[in-house]
Design a protein around this ligand. Structure first.
Ligand code: TYC
Length: 102
């Protein structure tokens, strides 16, 4: 779309080129050692889930090998992965957490 200014210049509107930001799923992976109760507490604390939802996600990971905790822009997803891993290592658990572009 173009419009003529009073001084004779023609303004051409830029096409909208901005894409929405890429989004990332944060995923927990199963292992044989991390206690179920610890995983439930992690999901509640870092992904703002109530206890019942956190339990369902934990059981899905336990039975199927992995499960999604939320979808976030890249920097937020990566911060959550780091926080979860730091918390798990401090507690001495091998819990794995990864991010994957949606
Ligand atoms: N499999 C673990 C156990 O039996 C529980 C667990 C669930 C571990 C989810 C990790 O992301 C996980 N104690």
């Amino acid at each position: 779309m173009a419009s003529k200014h009073e001084n004779g210049t023609v303004l051409v509107r830029q096409e909208q080129k901005l894409k929405p930001p890429a989004m990332y799923q944060v995923i927990l992976l199963n292992d044989d050692y991390t206690p179920m109760e610890f995983v439930v507490a992690i999901i509640q604390e870092y992904f703002n889930k109530d206890r019942e939802t956190a339990m369902q996600i934990m059981l899905k990971v336990h039975r199927e090998g992995k499960g999604m905790c939320g979808v976030f822009p890249k920097d937020i997803a990566s911060t959550k992965v780091e926080l979860v891993l730091t918390h798990a290592r401090k507690a001495g658990h091998p819990l794995q957490c990864v991010m994957e572009e949606v």
